[in-house]
Write a protein that binds this ligand. Structure first.
Ligand code: MD3
Ligand code: FE
Length: 217
């Protein structure tokens, strides 16, 4: 079933919410592998530590980031781009954990995008006070591929707009274990995350993680 924001249906035990045409929220879809995902995040961050990057405009982001996969997203004064190596260590970004690949492939298929093979995963770490202003993800080579996002830890309010920056914005709570698949028409929609509220989560403490699995190259 697809339609408006509140059109939810249970299919195969997972609760699906159509956020818009081609954007599907699979509530709790990552819960069975949440501990495995968190363990893999720690392994990635041991090799490629979280850092707060600087935008081309010179502002330090409030969200701390790292990457895994054959490409990783970065920003500095020179611009936004994907690189094969972590500029901080000079080493290639850590390999994509199998648990990331398997979840991304399964969730994309359930949302109608079979055969999704991500080559990049940006890992965002939010602490209370961190936010991500409204933006589009357009540094990838081919927008035909979907993006799969996975939320872990503290809840956040996600903002979801349209193709134009001035389009009206819907607010959607994203909680521990939620997976969203963005493809087709939704792939270039504006989106952001409101300032993270203070809180404590049993699995992550005072932290929210978000994985975005992408086909960058
Ligand atoms: C809609 N991350 O890393 S995930 C990002 O919660 C990013 O950290 C947010 O936006 C976060 O770029 C939101 C949801 C998301 C991710 C990618 C999208 C929504 C999207 C791409 C196209 C449209
Ligand atoms: Fe984004």
């Amino acid at each position: 079933m697809t339609g408006d924001l509140f059109d939810a249906s249970a299919i195969d035990g997972a609760v699906r919410v159509a956020l818009s045409e081609d954007a599907v929220l699979l509530r709790g879809r990552a819960l069975p592998v949440a501990e495995a995902l968190l363990s893999a995040i720690r392994t990635v961050a041991d090799a490629a530590p979280f850092r707060r990057m600087v935008t081309p405009g010179g502002f330090q982001m409030s969200v701390a980031m790292t990457n895994c996969g054959s490409a990783g997203w970065m920003t500095d004064r020179k611009g936004y781009r994907y690189t094969a190596d972590d500029p901080q260590t000079g080493a290639p970004w850590p390999a994509m954990p199998a648990v990331f690949l398997n979840l991304a492939d399964a969730a994309a298929a359930e949302a109608g995008f079979p055969g999704f093979v991500p080559d990049a995963c940006l890992i965002n770490r939010y602490e209370p006070g961190a936010r991500l202003s409204l933006h589009q993800d357009k540094d990838e080579r081919d927008y035909a591929h979907p993006i799969v996002s996975v939320s872990l830890g503290l809840p956040a309010t996600f903002q979801f707009g349209g193709p134009n920056r001035a389009d009206p914005v819907a607010k959607v709570p994203l909680t521990h274990g939620d997976v969203v698949v963005w493809g087709g028409a939704a792939r270039l929609h504006h989106h952001g995350v409101l300032t993270l509220r203070n809180g404590e989560h049993p699995a992550t403490g005072r932290t929210r993680f978000n994985l975005t699995l992408r086909r960058a190259m």
